[in-house]
Design a binder for this molecule. Structure first.
Ligand SMILES: Nc1ncnc2c1ncn2[C@@H]1O[C@H](COP(=O)(O)OP(=O)(O)O)[C@@H](O)[C@H]1O
Ligand SMILES: [Mg+2]
Length: 279
């Protein structure tokens, strides 16, 4: 089966742009597996964009293609109008400072304090004085509301706090884009809500564009403005979350489920409004 992806003209506000990207993995038995097939996708500046799909659909691979942790076999990757796929290593390293990333397992340095974990990314790229590093770390910890934990070690923090340290670390170099891979999957629902609140805040206050991979529809429903559903390495459909939820035909099961969630939330909201009016 070939996947024809229609190349849309560049949206004026696109900050992430994938054009016909593909990635195949070589399997131990010598065969190849097409993890991502000819995907074209645009994420607008300031958006919170969800990438959903079943396990194995190719979400993580697609996300790693955005910052070139995986190099595509074909296609072009643009972030902030720079084509990353043409950059040499030193330029790519610089360009990556514009792209923060957070993961499910937090990936914090266990033997380093919260301060050192957040400062890590800044020191890696040099050029800042110790005073500037301290100021920036404090700023970022304030954004995620963890300034009081600056001298703590990861083992002394809850899961949600660890994830917020990871968000602070990703924000430290002042990126335009934040990539999140199943970043709430290790958290309970209460903690998930607080991490989502933090991300919403980051998006609103700092204008950071967020691309989120998740298999949890509730995360998309709570946070995202646009969503793409991935199936078998391709984008099966994409739409605005909550837009005309009742009237539009969704072509994927996940798309339909998400529409039902949205309709249910609208009904709940209406009931609350009526109850308040007649109370
Ligand atoms: N390094 C790799 N080598 C071989 N196969 C891989 C590799 N990474 C991912 N895959 C395969 O590619 C498919 C998509 O993986 P992934 O992007 O992680 O999916 P998702 O994040 O949607 O669960 C899966 O079938 C997975 O087994
Ligand atoms: Mg994954």
């Amino acid at each position: 089966m070939t996947h024809l992806s229609v190349l849309e003209p560049k949206h004026p506000a696109a900050v992430i742009r994938l054009e016909g990207v593909s990635k195949a993995y070589k399997l131990p038995n010598g065969e190849t597996f097409d993890a991502v097939q000819n995907v074209s996708l645009q994420v607008r500046k300031g958006d919170i964009f969800g990438l959903i799909g079943k396990s194995g659909a190719g979400k993580s691979t697609l996300l790693r293609l955005v910052n070139l942790l995986e190099r595509p076999d074909a296609g072009h990757v643009f972030v902030s109008d720079r084509e990353l796929t043409t950059l040499a290593k030193p330029e790519l390293r610089l360009a990556r400072q514009n792209i923060g990333m957070i993961f499910q397992q937090f990936n914090l340095l266990q033997n380093a304090t919260v301060f050192d974990n957040v400062a890590f990314a800044l020191r890696l790229h040099g050029k800042r004085s110790p005073g500037e590093v301290l100021r920036r770390v404090r700023e970022c910890l304030e954004i995620v509301d963890l300034l009081d934990k600056i001298h703590s070690y990861p083992a002394q923090l809850s899961g949600g706090q660890k994830q917020r340290v990871a968000i602070a670390r990703a924000l430290a170099p002042d990126p335009e884009v934040l990539l999140c891979d199943e970043h709430t999957s290790a958290l309970d629902s209460e903690t998930t809500r607080s991490v989502l609140d933090t991300l919403r805040d980051v998006n609103r206050r700092l204008g950071v564009t967020i691309l989120i991979v998740t298999h949890e529809l509730a995360v998309v429903h709570a946070l995202c403005r646009h969503v793409a559903v991935m199936e078998h390495g391709a984008v099966a459909e994409q739409f605005a979350v909550g837009e005309n939820a009742a009237g539009t035909k969704r072509v994927t099961a996940l798309g339909r489920e998400l529409a039902r969630l949205t309709v249910r939330a609208e009904v709940d909201h209406e009931i609350e409004r009526l109850e308040a009016a007649y109370a």
